[in-house]
Ligand binder design. Structure first.
Ligand SMILES: [Zn+2]
Ligand SMILES: [Zn+2]
Ligand SMILES: [Zn+2]
Length: 247
């Protein structure tokens, strides 16, 4: 199955087959740079165009779905939404996305990450989050929501990465203090493995999730398609982790 790397447009955090990416749409003229015949991604709900304020030069995210002029978060100067868009959203080419001119918001195990969180260097958080591997911070006045502190560069990298198709929304995983690389649905990952090898890999991945483990294995190893397992790999330590969706 074809990957972005094979097309010459690699993503460090996305090595899964292209057909699993929800925002890739083929080739067109980029709305941001105007270059023709570029591989492109659609920015829409939850995405932003990243623009420096013409007055104070501070980086701002403009909502790619509303596409309204927006006051600068620093000086209040109105920043024009001048990028051409289409019915389905703003078309952004690979180069512009990788240069950080667009941001694709991600949901993660530590809460949402959009451009605001990337600038603050933390995830939006989830209620009552507990983790020993990461430094945490409260993210609401009541102290219930706990986010994780992460370097800006890792969070921005996540926003410059395509989203994968899921039934109920992606939940990106982390390891070694950074986002893991999405390598695909279990079916495509396990396709190259023998039966025993596949079971072995599954056992390693699911150590965090012992409770749901037997029926998840049943779901992914049968033809029923009742469970969809999304697999990540840490490029630092090589570990695999996964989470799943049920229909
Ligand atoms: Zn472009
Ligand atoms: Zn400004
Ligand atoms: Zn790791």
């Amino acid at each position: 199955m074809e990957t972005f790397a094979q097309l010459g447009i690699p993503f460090p955090l996305y090595e899964a087959p292209i057909k699993e990416a929800s925002d890739y749409a083929g080739k067109t003229t980029c709305g941001v740079c105007g270059n023709h015949d570029q591989p492109y991604f659609i920015l829409n709900i939850g995405c932003a165009l990243m623009v420096s304020c013409p007055k104070c030069d501070v980086l701002n995210g403009l909502d790619a779905n509303d596409r309204q002029d927006t006051p600068c978060r620093s000086c209040g100067n109105e920043i024009k939404f001048s990028t051409p868009s289409n019915d389905d959203g703003v078309h952004i080419c690979y180069s512009c996305l990788r240069e950080g001119k667009g941001a694709i918001t991600k949901d993660t195990e530590f809460g949402m990450v959009s451009w605001e969180q990337a600038i603050e260097g933390r995830t939006h958080g989830v209620p009552g989050l507990q983790t020993s591997e990461f430094e945490t911070v409260t993210t609401d006045p009541d102290g219930e929501w706990i986010g994780v502190l992460l370097p800006q560069e890792h969070l921005f990298e996540l926003l410059r990465t395509p989203t994968f198709v899921t039934w109920q929304g992606e939940v990106w995983l982390f390891c070694c203090k950074k986002p893991m690389t999405y390598i695909g649905e279990w079916k495509s990952v396990a396709a190259s493995l023998g039966k025993a090898e596949a079971k072995n890999k599954f056992d390693q991945m699911m150590t965090d999730d012992a409770r749901s483990y037997p029926w998840v294995w049943e779901g992914v190893s049968s033809e029923s398609d009742s469970v969809c397992l999304y697999v990540f790999q840490c490029k630092d330590c090589g570990n695999h982790r996964a989470n799943f969706d049920m229909d």
